[in-house]
Design a protein around this ligand. Structure first.
Ligand code: 8YV
Length: 313
């Protein structure tokens, strides 16, 4: 008998088709009555496949007494209670490495788009303003500027590697200095912010980083500074970010992630110095296939009693 697996958010059609072949799938995102679905099939569910942002809400985990494995289609574990999973003997896997390049690419893309007002320029051309000889304000130069990276994991390191191609000087902050890195280390986010032009958030979400980028850091980055967030909305104090942008205390922001997705603060929608993306840093065809394959491989290994490919718990 095929094991029952709960899919919390959609995956690529190709991946879902493979899930359907191997498992009896239950799609939580498709039902109008999630509680009813969990009541009906919760006791049978042995596996969950979910996204990094969605994770598994505590109420869902509690409704799945036979749960054995949570396969996250992403790298973030902040939306899964890992301690509880461990205590219940539930395995947890993620999809490391395969998404690193894409997330770093989007970090640079957001930085360039914000500094060079790419979306404003696009709207300007589409609206016919160019042919009406209207004038567009100048952007900020990116090459050769000072970049600060908050969180020097795999993604932070790849952002640094790309920034070198733009002749930027690179600084970082993390829990401690990393001896293998040639970049300037700052003990605090605030000190780093005061010494860079651009500040990229690349730290994992969760209790440890919640609200780490607040008013003081944003003020230190200043009215010419640009903040990019491709990590988690929770790392930045969002109301403080919105006020800093609205009041002109921060120069601009390129944001792929938000505190309460898919809700984006209304005030940001009106700002031309902000570039917004709907949590898409890993959303390329190639990478989502690679991520999905890892989800499939981890589930298959688990149900075959084999070693997991990329376990976290
Ligand atoms: C994905 C993510 O967009 O890796 C993560 O933790 O949040 C993103 O890569 C997500 O997992 C797919 O929903």
């Amino acid at each position: 008998m095929k094991p029952d697996v709960l899919l919390i958010e959609p995956m690529m059609a190709e991946i879902e088709a493979k899930l359907d072949l191997a498992y009896t799938m239950h799609r939580l995102f498709k039902t109008k009555d999630p509680e009813g679905l969990l009541r009906d099939v919760g006791a049978r569910i042995r596996g969950v496949a979910t996204g990094g942002g969605s994770g598994v809400a505590p109420a869902i985990m509690d409704a799945l007494p036979s749960l054995e494995i949570i396969a996250i289609n992403g790298i973030g574990t902040d939306a899964v209670d890992l301690a509880k999973a461990k205590a219940r003997g539930i395995r947890v896997t993620t999809t490391p490495n395969v998404l690193t390049d894409d997330v770093a690419d989007l970090g640079l893309a957001l930085l360039l788009a914000t500094a060079r007002s790419l979306c404003v320029g696009d709207r300007f051309v589409r609206a016919g303003s160019w042919s009406e000889s209207k004038v567009l304000p100048l952007g900020a130069k990116v090459s050769g500027k000072r970049l600060g990276i908050f969180g020097m994991g795999r993604i932070g390191r790849e952002i640094a590697a790309r920034a070198q191609g733009f002749k930027m000087s690179i600084a970082y902050t993390d829990l401690g200095r990393m001896e293998d890195l040639p970049y300037d280390f700052f003990e605090s986010a605030e000190t780093m912010a005061a010494n860079v032009d651009f500040f990229v958030v690349a730290a994992a979400g969760g209790a440890q980083s919640r609200g780490a980028i607040g008013k003081d850091v944003l003020n230190a980055l200043g009215p010419e500074g640009i903040l990019v967030n491709i990590a988690r909305g929770s790392v930045v104090d969002e109301p403080a970010l919105v006020s800093a942008l609205v009041e002109g205390r921060l120069g601009g922001a390129g944001l792929d992630v938000f505190a309460d997705e898919p809700n984006v603060p209304e005030a940001l929608l009106a700002l031309n110095n902000v570039v917004l993306q709907p949590h898409r840093a890993s959303a390329t065809f190639d990478t989502r296939i690679a991520m999905g394959d890892l989800v499939l491989a981890n589930l298959a290994a688990h149900f075959a009693g084999k070693e997991l490919q990329t376990p976290v718990v």
